[in-house]
Design a protein around this ligand. Structure first.
Ligand SMILES: NC(=O)C1=CN([C@@H]2O[C@H](COP(=O)(O)OP(=O)(O)OC[C@H]3O[C@@H](n4cnc5c(N)ncnc54)[C@H](OP(=O)(O)O)[C@@H]3O)[C@@H](O)[C@H]2O)C=CC1
Ligand SMILES: Nc1nc2c(ncn2[C@@H]2O[C@H](COP(=O)(O)O)[C@@H](O)[C@H]2O)c(=O)[nH]1
Length: 504
């Protein structure tokens, strides 16, 4: 720790770990809400000049990871996250053959066009309306047995129709068809010209490839997809620390996982260290056979000691965060955990000593939280509950008494998740395991009507982070962590920054 004068802003700052603090060394641990960043002189003249490539060794174009939670990460989330440059991690509780099949589908998806919601001519209107919200593009494509496009159903087409009417009765045949190699900017122009909301891409045999909205076309010009060695979308898989670790790791690797997440609540325990040793062995064997090196993420930890021990045991990236999660009861139940900003700061510095990095896991509720985690030198940021409230999360759409759409979420250490995870054990063992719940079993994650899709949230987050980088004068995330100057604020300081939607 040292005192020094900042050459740009001339404020006295203190270097603590990897971030510079205004006004000296904080004497207690901090959450994201406790801190703010001050602007510095910058020569970055456009937010689009900022490169958001993750600094965690995976080098994904967008430093965001959808958490390995059953209510969050499934096939649609994985595909959409990767198309926009991030990642999703399939949870440990899903059988490995199901995960492998989901990854196969993710890797079969188009890099640019979104996978369509498809129905046949005789699908009932009730079913069509249930399927449309599974994706953000807001339509169902009617196809025949050969995947040839017959029409489109918009929710408005089905208004007033009997639920047992069929897609053929309500579909429109006024479809903007484009070839699958059309540039997104051209798709955008065509849609504007025809006043259409969605273009349908087809191959040379007129078979459906995917769909694109004007927003999707814009996004394709901003984001690069996260791709594997074959140019296919990437996805990760989580493995718990119980049972046959070698078999589970092998199944994940053979199922084409691009990153392996060794995951438990208390990552700094001997059982994790043993499990990591096994995972590393399997990973190295896989590399020798295939030439593909898969990075291992391990956690969760919140101390430098935890970081050092897990890196020694084989971790390439550390998952950091105990108790900040929205579904989490750990802190209230055990008193254990650590305010997340300080946990990220200390653990990222410890990991960098080994040339490694961390993921800041949990507690993110606003774009600013992601920016602060990256300023504290997280390589990527993992988000669970916030993403649970989107079209692409795994849950069904539900509607409350006021007509607001929500999805149900739950913690991975809740009684509900524990019951699921221990389903092959005896009733007695399951009941005993469920006594140790550290998460909530049901919660409502409302879809934000302005940002109902995970891509809307990614846009919101990344535009915030790009802007944070330019305020700090950084063109990339390593530079951002280097240049960010952080201050500690009071509760009223935080409150002052919140927008007001009505007068006071
Ligand atoms: N980031 C966080 O703050 C937290 C995250 N989670 C998430 O919940 C999911 C389930 O994790 P987990 O409960 O570890 O389940 P796991 O199924 O991975 O089991 C954990 C194993 O570790 C043993 N263990 C020892 N001490 C602890 C402890 N303090 N907490 C938990 N297990 C302990 C358990 O034994 P025994 O059951 O006999 O004690 C069990 O064998 C994971 O996805 C995890 O990331 C859960 C809690 C906190
Ligand atoms: N203590 C618990 N932590 C949990 C549980 N389920 C998930 N998690 C952790 O939260 C993050 C996601 O945080 P969020 O704020 O974005 O929702 C996740 O990755 C886990 O580490 C739980 O039941 N108990």
């Amino acid at each position: 720790m040292c005192l020094w004068a900042d050459s740009v802003s001339h404020v006295k700052v203190v270097e603590w770990a990897n971030v510079r603090f205004l006004h000296g060394d904080p004497t207690y641990d901090l959450t994201y809400s406790d801190v703010f960043m001050v602007p510095s002189r910058s020569n970055v003249s456009s937010r689009l000049d900022v490169d958001l490539t993750s600094t965690d060794g995976l080098a994904t174009p967008t430093p965001l990871v959808a958490a390995n939670m059953t209510a969050v990460a499934g096939r649609r989330m994985a595909e959409t996250m990767a198309r926009r440059g991030g990642l999703a991690i399939f949870p440990q509780d899903i059988p490995s053959d199901v995960v492998a099949e989901s990854i196969r589908k993710v890797k079969a998806s188009h890099l640019v066009f979104d996978t369509a919601v498809t129905v046949s001519l005789d699908t009932t209107v009730g079913m069509v309306l249930q399927l449309i919200p599974k994706r953000s593009h807001g339509v169902a494509v009617v196809i025949d047995a050969d995947r040839k496009v017959l029409g489109l159903v918009h929710p408005s087409d089905a208004e007033g129709a009997d639920r047992f009417a069929q897609a053929r009765d309500v579909m429109t045949t006024d479809v903007t068809l484009v070839s699958a190699d059309t540039a997104p900017s051209e798709v955008f122009a065509t849609l504007s010209e025809h006043h259409q909301k969605v273009a349908v891409a087809v191959d040379a045999d007129q078979r459906l490839v995917g769909v694109m909205t004007p927003k999707g076309a814009l996004r394709s010009g901003i984001y690069s997809p996260a791709v594997d060695h074959e140019g296919r979308l990437r996805a990760g898989v989580a493995v718990g620390i119980n049972g046959d670790i070698a078999a589970k790791v092998r199944a994940a690797l053979e199922g084409r996982a691009d990153v392996l997440v060794m995951d438990t609540a208390h990552g700094h325990q001997e059982k994790m260290i043993g499990a990591l040793g096994i995972a590393r062995q399997e990973r190295d064997r896989f590399e020798a056979e295939t030439g593909r090196r898969i990075l291992i993420v391990a956690g969760n930890v919140v101390t430098a000691d935890g970081v050092h021990d897990l890196i020694e045991a084989g971790a390439d990236i550390l998952k950091v965060g105990v108790g900040p999660g929205a579904m989490c009861t750990t802190r209230m139940q055990t008193g254990v955990g650590r305010p997340q900003f300080s946990a990220v700061l200390e653990c990222s510095a410890a990991a960098r000593e080994h040339g490694k990095s961390i993921w800041a896991d949990g507690g993110v509720r606003h774009p600013r939280d992601v920016a602060l985690a990256l300023a504290a030198d997280a390589g990527s940021v993992m988000i669970g509950s916030w993403f649970a409230g989107t079209h692409e999360s795994t849950g069904d759409h539900l509607v409350d008494a006021e007509g607001r759409m929500f999805k149900e979420s739950f913690g991975m250490a809740s009684a509900r998740a524990v019951r699921n995870r221990t389903r092959e054990q005896s009733a007695y063992q399951r009941a005993r395991a469920a006594m140790f719940e550290e998460g909530i079993s049901t919660s409502r994650m409302y879809l934000d009507p302005r940002r109902p899709g995970v891509e809307d949230l990614i846009d919101w987050i990344t535009s915030g982070v790009r802007s944070s980088c330019t305020y700090a004068g950084a063109r990339g995330l390593a530079e951002f962590a280097d240049r960010a100057v952080v201050g500690v604020q009071s509760g009223s300081g935080y409150e002052e920054g919140r927008p007001l939607d009505r007068s006071w």
